[in-house]
Design a protein around this ligand. Sequence first.
Ligand code: GLV
Length: 308
Amino acid sequence: MALLYKADPQRGERWRQLFAEHAPDIEFRQWPNLGNPDDIHYLAAWQAPDDLATVLPNLKALLAISAGVDQLNLHTLPAHLPVARMLDPNITAGMCEYATWAVLSLHRDMLRYRAQQQAGQWLEHTGVPASERRIGLMGLGQQGRAIAQHLRHFGFPVSGWARSPHELAGVQCFAGAEQLPTFLAQCDILICLLPLTAQTCGVLDGQLFEQLPRGAGVINMGRGAHLVEADLLAALGSGQLGGAVLDVAQQEPASTAHPFWHHPRIVLTPHIAAMTHPDSAFTVLLDNIRRHQRGEPLTGQIDRSTGY
Ligand code: GLV
């Protein structure tokens, strides 16, 4: 029985060592060296090959090596195939670090101080205490819930919005389209952590920005397609938004001509908020294979009808 790995080849070597050491009963194969495809029962991948059912006729589960699965074209995968997201604790830790850094950067007006430093200006501005900076999280899954708890430690009032109702200690939760305007009206800094689906594509648009308090900050840690980039530029230009921290872009890598690179009110990072670490992810992935072998449900198994 074999597992096929189809993702970053460099990290693949580490995966190979981990399988050899801890799960010698599972033969590790790396794309595109399939060997006999009939032996392959598990696929660990960032993107699945086209025509999966033909390429891997005996596949039993698709184990994504990412927290998001929007890159997988779920509707083209065989309907019976279980698909799991990667719930690597190191991804959550990375997301918490990035969100904390991004929130504190906006909260402490670092874009302005960076510009002042570049201009050699020693100039102080009055800030607001954390207790008066309201943070709102769109998306209350594993990442959103962990980030909410991290941010609460600084004294920020934290609220969250999701499609369905949630309960979270110390976090005011809003749900559904009906409560979205009330949620947005009290977000001084909005963080997008939503899964990318047909419903959430382009959710961060001009109409949404208009509903935030004037001068609000936006952090996108979801996917580039959540954001209507032209609307962000317009909202920053009009002062409706005060700043943005973006870890993702519509097109990655962003072209050298992209207006985000040199925008004074935007911090852009190259999709590095969190990365899958083979060592911790291996434990999660192997546990899922063992679960599947025992006939138990997978950790992080997605609902194919909602796409997350
Ligand atoms: C990265 O973006 C991931 O989904 O893990």
